[in-house]
Design a protein around this ligand. Structure first.
Ligand code: NDP
Length: 458
């Protein structure tokens, strides 16, 4: 008999925690899962899933406009924000039910409440102490909003997904994934969107050609990007929220949303007290096996601030369970993890940016920009951009980047090719599917002429 109540206590029922707990349970472990909010976590309840549903819902506006060029008469199309939110909420309820059921199906005990570590093997929940051989911290992250006068007036993506009414004028602060995705949703549905970025470019970390192309495309759709701007203060006035910029400009908006990054959710859950080391950002420091500085305490997902993406958390959870509950040691390979931004048009990429590649390789670049076939009839002024970064010495494709319709679906396939170490010659020998946008990735023959590498700023 184990000296502990459980083999595994998981704190946090998001993507990583649920996958680890389900698998551990399937492999015979006695598991307890503690969740203070909703099962499914950020991705399912406050992130990827509801966001993507809203992206899909808002994108119909463009479909209706485009349909006219193909002979359709689309009159009287109107959007009901409340109906979309209600439909989305119903789907989230269904998903939460599935998450709870999947855990119960493997015999896990579900505890609704806030878990707090009191030592290396003990967690307190709802006033009761429970013990486990291993504890998995999978509590995710939370929006980080800087301090400034008027901060109390702003919302984060959490609230943006549940607004009772669509704001007619919205200011969105930040130029990352969340900011550009929500800018697209509100803009497509007819709101006036002012996107405020503190630097000159959107999407830090993405390839410079992607960043520039996306900004151009967003501006074409009517989103107003304010570059090199910071907000000094926000005041509530009779006309709306008065948003004052550092350089004195003012915008009046019905809603101000901040999407300025996320912080690990580690405060007040007893981590330092239990001896768990956190980094400067408050993230749990773990080794390749997801083990913290305390032998019995592990962490996966956004709380570790490695690559903050749902499929990464799921894989970390899976590998934790395989390693410790199925005698099958597995550690995640963090190279060539594809990601996508569901902006309108969307962005997706896998592998190195041109700037990253140039730090250690001599590169050949292939870039294609074209008007998607659909828009030859729709008349929409939208261009697609595709880029391959190729190692000159080995011919290996180091990075694939795309801005344009279906980019996430296309790049997912190319991620497999990059994992396999595909060369440009192998891309070239692949016969395309016609007529598609994706075929362009296997038909780009002429490298772009060499340019000054210093110009390829990060
Ligand atoms: P990001 O880290 O992607 O972007 C944060 C943005 O806020 C940057 O543009 C940054 O500017 C800006 N910023 C940071 N601090 C300030 C400040 N004090 N004042 C003004 N601007 C500021 O964060 P997000 O919140 O967009 O998303 C968080 C994470 O969630 C992402 O990193 C991603 O891992 C994940 N996510 C993934 C999605 C997907 O896969 N599709 C969708 C949504 C989220 P600068 O560039 O100058 O630093």
């Amino acid at each position: 008999m184990s000296k502990y109540d459980y083999d595994l206590i998981t704190i946090g029922a998001g993507s990583g925690g649920v996958r680890a707990s389900r698998l551990a349970g399937k492999y015979g472990a006695k598991v307890a899962v503690i969740e203070e909010s909703r099962y499914g976590g950020t991705c399912v309840m406050r992130g990827c899933v509801p966001k993507k549903l809203l992206v899909m819902g808002s994108h119909f506006a463009q479909h209706f406009e485009d349909a006219v060029g193909f002979g359709w008469s689309v009159q009287g199309a109107a959007h009901d924000w409340g109906a979309m939110i209600a439909a989305k909420d119903k789907e989230l309820e269904r998903l939460e039910g599935i998450y709870r059921r999947m855990l119960r199906d493997v015999g896990a005990t579900l505890m609704d409440g806030r878990g707090k570590l009191t030592d290396a093997h003990t967690v307190e929940v709802n006033g009761k102490a429970i013990t486990a051989d291993k504890i998995l911290v999978a509590v995710g992250g939370w929006p980080a909003i800087p301090d400034f006068p008027g901060k109390e007036h702003v919302i984060s993506s959490n609230e943006a997904l549940d607004l009772p009414k669509r704001p007619q004028r919205i200011v969105i602060v930040g130029g990352g994934y969340i900011a550009v995705e929500f800018a697209g949703i509100f803009n497509a549905l007819g709101s006036e969107v002012d996107l405020i970025i503190r630097s000159g470019h959107l999407l830090r970390g993405f390839d410079q050609d992607v960043r520039a192309t996306l900004a151009e495309e967003l501006e074409k759709t009517g989103i107003k990007i304010h570059r090199d701007c910071l907000i000094r203060s926000i005041e509530k006035t009779a006309a709306g929220y008065s948003v004052m910029f550092d350089l004195g400009e003012e915008i009046i908006a019905d809603c101000v949303m901040y999407a300025t990054g996320r912080m690990p959710n580690t405060s007040g859950i007893g981590l330092p007290e239990a001896g768990v080391k956190l980094n400067k950002k408050g993230a749990v420091q773990v080794d390749e096996w997801n083990r913290s500085s305390v032998e019995s305490i592990f962490a996966v997902g956004d709380v570790t601030d490695r690559i903050n993406l749902t499929p990464v958390a799921i894989n970390e959870g899976r590998m934790f369970a395989e390693t410790f509950f199925n005698k099958n040691p597995m550690a995640l390979d963090y190279t060539n993890i594809a990601s996508a931004v569901f902006s309108q048009p969307p962005v997706a990429a896998v592998g190195l940016t041109e700037a990253e590649a140039r730090t250690s390789h001599k590169v050949r670049l292939f870039i294609s920009r074209f008007r998607p076939m659909k828009h030859t009839l729709s008349g929409r002024d939208e261009r697609t951009m595709m880029k391959l970064v190729v190692d000159k010495a080995t011919d290996r494709v180091l990075g694939c980047h795309m801005v344009g319709e279906d980019a996430p679906e296309i790049i997912q396939g190319l991620a497999v090719a990059l994992k396999c170490g595909a060369t440009k010659a192998q891309f070239d020998s692949t016969v395309g599917i016609h007529p598609t946008a994706a075929e362009e990735f296997v038909t780009m023959r002429d490298p772009v002429p060499e340019k000054d590498p210093a110009a390829a700023e990060q």
